[in-house]
Design a protein around this ligand. Structure first.
Ligand SMILES: Nc1ncnc2c1ncn2[C@@H]1O[C@H](COP(=O)(O)OP(=O)(O)OP(=O)(O)O)[C@@H](O)[C@H]1O
Ligand SMILES: [Mg+2]
Length: 257
């Protein structure tokens, strides 16, 4: 059965697109059929994160306007997953009705991830309404979590269950909120904590998911774990060699900070 998950946030720039593109890379590497959708029609950037040409001939925008069939808007990414981009040329677009179009894809994919716009508005509402469940992303700062609470409440008002929260860009600084505090504030479980890491930014500058650039660093491994958790399964077992490389990478990162 296809699981449709909307990835939302209260504040912008907390890492939704980064997490969506990396979860797609990790799940696809594990043999899952994955589709990701740029549900941020007012500020699309999934294509930039993934090196997809901006001039994709058919986008989500045409699908929503009933000018194209959803199957014709699907782009095959070289890493194995599929992508539906949004148009860079039309930032006032609507997203309403997405649900109806996605109904045509049920059964084709193991998971469909919708990279939502931030905040609480009609665009986010459409992404939430099209999903089975919602994941909220936040950084561990008070304003981001307060806004995340608004997004969580919005999804709950729309009758969606919250799969959990992903804490991104954790730096382990003393002023940061702890996962238990975030769990309490949002009244939802923490799915995982992704560290802030320069490799993530390096990967974005190269337009590839960090999981593909370096699957052994902690953020890649954590994103992979979270992605499988969302499918209610454990990630595939790592070989001894993979575990040793990961340990060495974690050690090097701690030492150079
Ligand atoms: N784990 C991380 N470590 C380091 N930098 C990160 C990490 N995650 C995200 N970033 C940085 O944060 C920026 C914003 O991330 P991203 O575009 O994924 O956020 P977003 O929530 O999708 O934003 P928007 O709300 O505008 O769509 C990235 O370009 C990158 O520089
Ligand atoms: Mg984004």
């Amino acid at each position: 059965m296809t699981k449709i998950i909307a990835v939302i946030s209260g504040k912008g720039g907390v890492g939704k697109t980064t997490l969506v593109s990396n979860m797609a890379a990790a799940l696809s590497k594990a043999g899952k059929h994955v589709l990701i959708i740029d549900g941020n029609v007012s500020g699309p950037n999934l294509t930039a994160h993934l090196g997809i040409p901006e001039t994709h001939p058919i986008t989500l925008n045409e699908v929503i306007k009933n000018e194209a069939y959803i199957l014709h808007a699907i782009y095959q990414h070289p890493l194995g997953f599929k992508v539906i981009p949004a148009s860079m040329a039309e930032l006032q677009a609507e997203l309403g009705g997405l649900e109806k179009h996605l109904a045509r894809l049920i059964g084709v994919y193991d998971v469909i991830l919708i990279d939502s716009a931030p905040g609480v508005n009609d665009e986010v509402r459409a992404a939430i309404e099209a999903s089975d469940e919602v994941v909220v992303v936040t950084t561990p700062e008070v304003p981001a979590v307060q806004n995340a609470k608004m997004a969580v409440d919005f999804a709950r008002t729309l009758g969606k269950s919250i799969a959990g929260v992903i804490i991104n860009m954790q730096r382990n600084e003393r002023h940061e909120l702890k996962p238990e505090e975030i769990e309490r504030m949002l009244e939802t479980r923490v799915l995982g904590v992704v560290k802030e890491h320069s490799k993530v930014r390096e990967a974005i500058s190269k337009a590839i998911p960090v999981y593909a650039l370096d699957p052994y660093i902690r953020p890649s491994r954590e994103i992979r774990r979270i992605a499988h958790l969302l499918l209610e399964e454990s990630p595939p077992k790592e070989s001894l060699r993979e575990r040793i490389i990961s340990l060495l990478k974690a050690e090097i990162h701690i030492n150079i900070r």
